[in-house]
Design a protein around this ligand. Sequence first.
Ligand SMILES: [Cu+2]
Length: 187
Amino acid sequence: MKKALVLVAVLTMFAAFSSISAKGTKTASARIESCTDASIEGTAKLRENRSPEGVKLVSIELVVKGLPRGKHAVHIHEVGTCSPCGAAKGHFDPGPHSNSNPDGNHPFHMGDLENIESSEEGHARLKVSTTRITLSDGPLSLFDEDGSAFIIHVDPDTYCPDGVEKGCAGGARAACGIIKMDRGSRR
Ligand SMILES: [Cu+2]
């Protein structure tokens, strides 16, 4: 009985620390859902690693089903809410010189990522890494007062080569996912 209790305790500890490596890696995730119906769904996984000199690098992987064929803009938006998708507001771009206008200051927001490309069958995957955000506390943390969310857009991101131009960052919103720290991962 005692052995069983010890085992349970060990397993519980393992579960609690499973999303934190020995070096304190932090992980988060998001469930991606369609803005208008149930046609799009997917997941996003985020992992923060530190270089030996302490630079924080966040790797992101999105796997999404149901997007129309072709490229779609993906960004992290500044508010962690998806109902409605517009409530996620502009692109994540904390201060001191914040400019979250999606089609302005683009692609220089902290939350700007790359296009995801969907196949004819509606399968899409994006793997990117960025040093513009962190999962841990700090001025670039996604877990600020109002959280953060992924938005996948209807159109491709052109990266606004001609400056501010309506819709250049992907236009209307197709899908959204609130970013949540994984259970057991700590800030
Ligand atoms: Cu966006």
